[in-house]
Design a protein. Sequence first.
Length: 451
Amino acid sequence: MASTYLTRTQGTPTSADICTFSFWVKKCATGSSQGIFSERVDTNNNVRIRFLDDDTIQFFQTDASATSFNFISNRVFRDTSAFYHFVVKYDSTQSTPSDRVFIYINGVEETSWDTETYPSQNLDIRFNVSGRTAYVGSFELSNYLNGSMSHVHFTDGTAYDASAFGQFDANGVWTIKTSPSVTYGTNGFFILEDGNSVTDQSGNGNNFTVGGGTLTNTEDNPSNVFCTWNPLDNFYQESTFAYGNTQVRGKYPGVIYGYETFNTGTLGMTSGKYYWEIKLSANDSGATNIGISDNVTTSSAQQLQQRTYGWSYAKDGSVKNNNSSVGGTWSSYTTGDIIGVALNLDDEQSGLNKLYFSKNGVWQNGADPSNASSVTGVVGVTKPENNSSGFYLPAGGDENAGNSTLQANFGNGYFGETAVASAGTNASGIGIFEYDVPTGYTALSTKGLNL
């Protein structure tokens, strides 16, 4: 949602003193102020829920230049690979100050605060006052949320704790309630329920509009988190990320460290069969490499194909491991081509697992990943339990000086902000891809990892 925000004008509330905010959010960047909910008349009169520059979260209101309430967390939120669930319960009618605000994170009440200033009794929250403009995804029409949001609720007149919107499963993992039983009140709403719809699902008809930017859909959601490029693995590379971290652009020469390095995905694989697609959307004379690695970049001049446990399909049509050619017949590729990667960590050949590459839907070297017994065109890879980390990560980068832009479709159904032209078949039903997913394979996501 970077540079994108939603807006609507509030009507007469059921109660300006009692409400609940509930939302799931996946950050795509750290170290910047990012608005989630806000209302603003001017600098001296506003309310906001936002991430601060230091990645803490703040719930704050000021009226006539005076701070009305202020909560700033001690903990920081820097995980860009998962959704956080926040619930803010507000009831200023309570006689005891500490009963007026409760904030829950992934189902657990937050009790440790850097700043903890409670509202006065019966203080109206500015977000829920008639005629005020409510914003989702920004603060001060800037400080946009760089990330994804899902299942955004606001209840007017009723204060709920986290259990109204989520629950712990048998493994102790906090999970979403997709259809919570709550009372929304006059100004209440439920948006971003399933995709990028800003149509209110509460029954109130309190629809939002896109005030700026482009609101795109994603398969990535709290119930099924998909792999992306990992912006936290970027010390040497100095790459830039976009579109929910599904796009990465290399940097050469790096101002500090970046030089012939590669980026990796957020989810690792130890077993199973997975498929993903990488589009070379731009290439500045570099020798692009797409493949897998057992680990992240650990130096300023580390090429993917030079790793002992790194395999890559290069732009020139070679496939290498540990700087040695794997051999076979491979087509070169160029800007605009889509490389499919299929990794089979369940079946083996001569004690090795199986890796396959396709170009624009055509499997290279005569391979057929749908046929587990076939030995044609297979790239043998060391089993995860025998490499240095115990897992493999999707990987991609440049072999020589260049600034390749790699757009990953791990199942979101987009390359950057462009949807796939015509979705291929996918028997697992997890994810949307440009080309047919091989039989028995699935997307690299939390559901895919647990099949």
